[in-house]
Every structure is written in C-alpha cells, then in structure tokens.
Design a protein around this ligand. Structure first.
Ligand SMILES: C[S@@+](CC[C@H](N)C(=O)[O-])C[C@H]1O[C@@H](n2cnc3c(N)ncnc32)[C@H](O)[C@@H]1O
Length: 285
C-alpha cells in the first residue's frame, strides 16, 4: 500500500498520537510523522533490532516526535504505558524486503543462508529446529495450516528422509528437498513458497501474535481513533476480518472498509511484492 493512502485512511491530525506496530524501516512512519509535526507523537514498535536501527536512522530528524520500542505487538498492553489513547494504530504485517533479502536471516529460498527465520533475534526457536526436530505429524500440520500446502505429506516425507542422513540447515537444502518432492508443473509460484511461508509463521507464531494483539490495540484507541491492518495472506486477513466484525457487533468499532482495499495496478508494477496486500480499516465508537 502506498504510504499516502495509509496516511489518508488514518485521518491524521496534526498533534495527534499514533502507534505503528510494525515500523520496519519506517516508510509508513515517515509519511505519518511528516503530517503530525510539530506537536504530534508516534510510537514505533518492532521485534527486530535491525529494523529498529534502520528506522532510527531514517527518522532521525523526528527525534522529538518519535519513540522507538523493541517488542512484540502481541504484548501491547505490557509495552505501552501511555494512559491516553491513540488517534490511530497501524499494522503492516509480515516481513520487510530488507529482512527477506538478507541471506543471514534465512527467510527466503532465493538466497542461500542458515535456516533461521526468526524476526526476533533473541528468540531461541529457529526454522532449523522446527524442520529437524518436529514430528512428522507436527510438520504436516504446520504445512497444511500455515501454508495451505496440498503436497504437505509428500514434502514432509522427503524432509524426514533428508534429515536422517544429515540435518537440514540451509535454505537451499530445504528448497531442493521440497522441489524434488512435488510434481513438476508450470506454476505461478515457486514450489517452495508455501513451505517457507508456513515455517516462518510457525517460528514467529505470527497468527497467535495477531490474534492476541488486535483486541489490545482496539482497547488503546481513543474515540474515533482508527485501526489499519495491511495483511499479505488469507490467514492473516481472516483474523483481521473476524476481529473487526466481533467488535463491530458489540458496537465498539465501525468497519470503514466493507471489503479490503487492494493495491492498484500501478502500485503492483512499482512494487510486485505488494501484489497480495489487503488493507482493512475500522474506527473506534
Ligand atoms: C512489512 S514490514 C513493515 C514495513 C514498514 N511499514 C515500512 O514502511 O518500512 C513488517 C515489520 O513488522 C515486524 N513485525 C512482524 N511481526 C511483529 C510482531 N509480532 N511484533 C513486532 N514487530 C513485528 C517485522 O520485523 C517487520 O520489520
């Protein structure tokens, strides 16, 4: 989503207080800060220290208006000590291109790196552990639930065979195993896409984090405050849609976007990674 569009849906007020739960390298936050200075405040959150450093550098001219916090958005209630509510809260879920492209982080099958996939570098659990130590049943469940992978049993059989001879410890090793396990057909996406997505979601407990976080965020909104969520796959979008609906039924929220907004053709050309993005917006009553 374009930052201008995000800023528009946040209905930014000069002097308002905002929370970016996934600051990343600070693209959307820069657009927000520009519009709320000189008296507004933005809190930017990320669980990835490298991303916080990038955001700190990019937004160094807004020091007075910006507070950066390292943490998981699943713990908003604990992290945010402010008593006053927020006029807007933003989630731009998933990973930044910076994380995807950096081979040491092990998120992508396009670059060879350790099978890591942790967004929070202080966390113990890595994708290597999930792949090499989970039972066959558990791995099938992960690939089915988080990757909606039709060939989950075949892929997992190949993983189990592969890890018997030596641990699977790199992205390319895993990519080779997955590619060899599924029938060769012309497909729009790479055969390893869903397996990598599923493992990443499992390692970072992404769906649980979102499920726990949204009610806390809605609680932190002031009256007429807006919550925006940009998601990148149907599992996340379903959680957002259902949570907004539940709070709308209890008259705590008004849903602004009946159906999610998707990127325009032009945006998809500029940034192909944004092609699956969906934006949902709701307002506190
Ligand atoms: C798509 S990027 C955000 C990009 C950002 N909006 C920008 O304009 O640069 C998502 C970011 O959210 C962070 N993130 C994902 N899940 C998180 C969670 N549960 N708690 C905190 N940060 C999270 C990731 O580390 C990543 O930096």
């Amino acid at each position: 989503m374009l930052s201008d569009e995000v800023a528009e849906y946040l209905a930014l007020q000069p002097g308002g207080r905002y929370l970016d739960c996934t600051i990343g390298s600070g693209g959307h936050s820069a657009a927000i800060l520009k519009r709320i200075i000189p008296n507004g405040k933005l809190i930017g959150l990320d669980q990835d220290e490298e991303m916080l450093s990038l955001a700190r550098e990019r937004l160094k001219n807004y020091k007075k208006n910006l507070e950066l916090i390292r943490g998981n958005f699943s713990e908003l209630k604990k992290i945010i000590s402010e008593k006053d509510g927020f006029a807007g809260i933003l989630y731009d879920l998933g990973l930044s291109l910076f994380q995807i492209r950096k081979k040491e982080r092990g998120f992508s099958f396009l670059v060879d790196g350790p099978l890591d996939m942790r967004m929070n570098q202080r966390q113990n659990l890595t994708a290597e552990q999930v792949v090499n130590e989970s039972s066959e049943e558990k791995l099938i469940q992960i690939l089915k639930e988080y990757g909606e992978e039709y060939y989950a049993p075949r892929i997992v059989s190949a993983i189990i065979r592969g890890r018997k001879s030596s641990p699977i410890s790199t992205t390319f090793q895993l990519k080779r195993i997955v590619t060899s396990a599924v029938p060769k057909r012309k497909k729009r996406i790479h055969p390893a896409t869903k397996t990598f997505q599923a493992l990443r979601i499992a390692v970072n407990r992404e769906l649980e984090a979102l499920e726990w976080s949204l009610p806390q965020a809605i609680n932190l909104l002031e009256k007429k405050g807006r919550i925006l969520v940009i998601s990148f796959h149907s599992l996340e979008d379903r959680i957002v849609k259902q949570t907004f609906r539940k709070f709308a039924e209890s008259k705590s929220l008004k849903v602004i976007t009946r159906s999610p907004l998707i990127p325009t053709r032009m945006e998809r050309c500029i940034n192909p990674h944004a092609r699956s993005a969906k934006l949902r917006v709701a307002e506190k009553l």
